[in-house]
Design a protein around this ligand. Sequence first.
Ligand code: HEC
Length: 180
Amino acid sequence: MVARVLGVCLAVTATVCLLATVPAAQDSGQKVYEDKCQRCHGDNGQGIHNTDSTLYVYPPLWGPHSYTTGAGLYRISRFAGYIKDNMPWGASYSAPQLTDEEAWDIAAFVNTQPRPVKLFHKDWPDVSAKPIDYPVGPYADGFSEQQHKYGPFEPIRQKRQAMLARLKNSDRQKDQNNRK
Ligand code: HEC
């Protein structure tokens, strides 16, 4: 199999770089999940209880008891960064067991599954300040929720930079006009 090129790193979150030029792929993510995660987190993401069902030995990754859409893990960069450094159980920052690409693809697969919905619209009064992979719109840059969720991120980053530059320019112009 030919690895998809990840392109340039946009920003580093934990040890993974944001997917620059290709979106994360849920299909490949599902395969890696079945291979490397399912034995602990379940074939339906339900996790595994201890024998008297009082607590989870392995936490659920989707379904009614999993983390919510308001959790940090619901951001693809956070999920990918966390699992690259910690999963499968036994992996670490210095001894990762997933490639960046695998981490992104699993993140896309898992974060597409159903989970409790919790939205914090008021967290971002200034929508232009939302992180690039913040999974819930609206956005100031005109890109879709789909692209903010799975990438590719490079076109969004470029547009945001251009918007920022325009803004700075018009501020400068206003300053000059005010001084006249
Ligand atoms: C050998 C068992 C095992 C395997 C295999 C495993 N995990 Fe885990 N996973 C755990 C345990 C145990 C925890 C709880 C860790 C803790 O609380 O510190 C966990 C926690 C997590 C969490 C945090 C969930 C939350 O709600 O906080 C995520 C995400 C996760 N695992 C993803 C994965 C992915 C993706 C894979 C496959 C690449 C994987 N795990 C493979 C045992 C495993």
